[in-house]
Design a protein around this ligand. Structure first.
Ligand SMILES: Cc1cc2nc3c(=O)[nH]c(=O)nc-3n(C[C@H](O)[C@H](O)[C@H](O)COP(=O)(O)O)c2cc1C
Length: 448
């Protein structure tokens, strides 16, 4: 089935379902010899793992990653990297009661309408569990990006209408919401637990920041960086909106307020902007400022509160979704969003490197073409002189072959070739070929 692969250069394919034996991924396109930090991949998976706090699902998955191929002694081999994460805490029985009904907000109806079959056990492929594979792949991309000094950080910016009033990155991993403001985190947690007690759920906003991104990532038209980031982030379940920089707020600003003033920064030797309303992207291409993206995370659909629905046969029904569900998924979306951004940025970085390398080769080849043209022009000029000498030789009845003159040329030119770093043997052979051409030209003229 199409659509399971992400990326054009750093290509990631995910597989598996929430209640199958395992989920996993294959990364294709990684060159050999790059270090793979398995401990870091596991650490990232642990951040997404369920059962971390009172506000996330108690499903107790260890999320242990196993690398099956593509890595030898901690380094990539250049072959596809395959990783699996075994499902160890599936409880399909929990879905038995509601298996004949569609769960509002879930993909049961659309899957059935599209494929003619749907896996009622936790959503199958549409489950949040699939995102563990993205996190494992994202960890590899993050690792490789860090070699270029690129860092990706995300945090919960808003939950149930409560916003962070500051961004303190050191605080993110210290509270269960992954909010960047400890005070706001407390109020967010209170609201989440309140909703949970009511059998309900809440949504929020997650912000992702790419620090120190290279300039020049993204393409001018359909593969604009913001277009690819949008696709990457909207491909995560429950994400309903994406904003870059000022996002929707631009609609209410004047040009003078929204434009980022520009200046030349002597210390970095590049053009920078005083503000970053553009979120680090102009014309679809990164400008080197932090890339700032926000996503709207919907309140999880699996709630205990009764909702109107229909059975698979279309009969009216009432549903209450019991079981292990997150009343707010923002903290678990944080590592997933970072991963999808890392995959997008790394894919564009590989693309840009290829373009640069190719355009450099192309430029050098253009110069070689000019040099070759000059060689031919000089040879033609030499041949003109050779013809004039041939005329004079004929008039004086002198011999065409003048071994003394050929030796004299070699005596004069070979030391120069040596000084220029040219191989003397090669230069001598080149001149012998030129002498041959000169002799045959003069002989041809003689026969006329
Ligand atoms: C990490 C993660 C965990 C999720 N956990 C839950 C959950 O516990 N309960 C739930 O109803 N939805 C959860 N979701 C969201 C559903 O997967 C998603 O809403 C559903 O598949 C329907 O897709 P849509 O919301 O994009 O239309 C989670 C999503 C992610 C990314």
């Amino acid at each position: 089935m199409a659509g399971n692969r992400f990326g054009n250069y750093f290509r990631v394919t995910t597989f598996g379902e929430s209640h199958g034996p395992a989920i996993g991924l294959v990364i294709d396109g990684v060159r050999p010899g790059l270090p793979i930090d398995t401990a870091f991949i596991q650490k990232e998976l642990d951040r997404r793992r369920p059962g971390q706090s009172s506000i996330t699902t108690p499903r107790n998955e260890a999320d242990r990653v196993q690398i099956l191929s593509g890595v030898f002694e901690g380094r990539t081999t250049g072959t596809p990297i395959c990783m699996v994460i075994w499902n160890t805490d599936q409880r399909p029985g929990a879905y038995e009661k509601i298996k004949d009904m569609f769960r509002p907000g879930h993909a049961g109806y659309t899957y059935l309408a599209k494929f003619g079959v749907t896996d009622y056990r936790g959503g199958g492929r549409s489950s949040g569990r699939e995102t563990a594979s993205r996190v494992a792949a994202g960890a590899v991309a993050k690792n490789l990006l860090s070699r270029d000094g690129v860092e990706i950080v995300a945090y919960t910016k808003e939950v149930a209408g409560i916003s962070c009033s500051k961004v303190d990155v050191a605080e993110i991993e210290k509270n269960p919401l992954r909010a960047a403001d400890p005070e706001a985190a407390k109020e967010m947690e209170r609201r989440v637990l309140e909703a949970k007690a009511e059998g309900d759920s809440v949504g929020g906003i997650v912000e992702v920041i790419v620090r120190n991104p290279p300039v020049g990532l993204g393409e001018p038209v359909f593969d604009k960086l913001e277009a690819d980031l949008g696709k990457a982030l909207l491909s995560i379940g429950a994400i309903k909106g994406v904003e870059i920089g000022n996002g929707f707020a631009v609609a209410r600003l004047k040009g003078s307020e929204n434009n980022d003033a520009m200046y030349f920064d002597e210390s970095t030797g590049r053009v920078r902007t005083r503000t970053n309303n553009a979120g680090g992207i102009a014309g679809g291409i990164s400008n080197g400022e932090d890339i700032v993206v926000r996503i709207a995370v919907k309140p999880p659909s699996s709630i205990r509160k009764e909702q109107e629905t229909v059975t698979l046969e279309g009969k009216p029904a009432t549903i209450s979704v019991e079981g292990r569900h997150d009343p707010c998924i923002c903290p678990r979306v944080v590592p997933v969003a970072e991963s999808m951004v890392a995959l997008t940025i790394f894919d564009h970085l590989m693309r840009q490197r290829l373009l640069r390398r190719e355009s450099k080769i192309r430029a050098l080849r253009d110069t070689i073409d000019l040099v070759d043209q000059n060689i031919l022009l000089l040879l033609a000029e030499r041949q003109g002189l050779v013809r004039q000498i041939g005329d004079l030789k004929r008039k004086r009845k002198a011999k065409i072959l003048d071994k003394g003159r050929e030796a004299e040329i070699l005596r004069k030119q070979l030391p120069i070739a040596g000084q220029l770093g040219l191989d003397r043997e090669f230069t001598a052979n080149l001149f012998r070929a030129i002498f041959q051409l000169a002799r045959s030209t003069q002989r041809k003229e003689e026969r006329k």
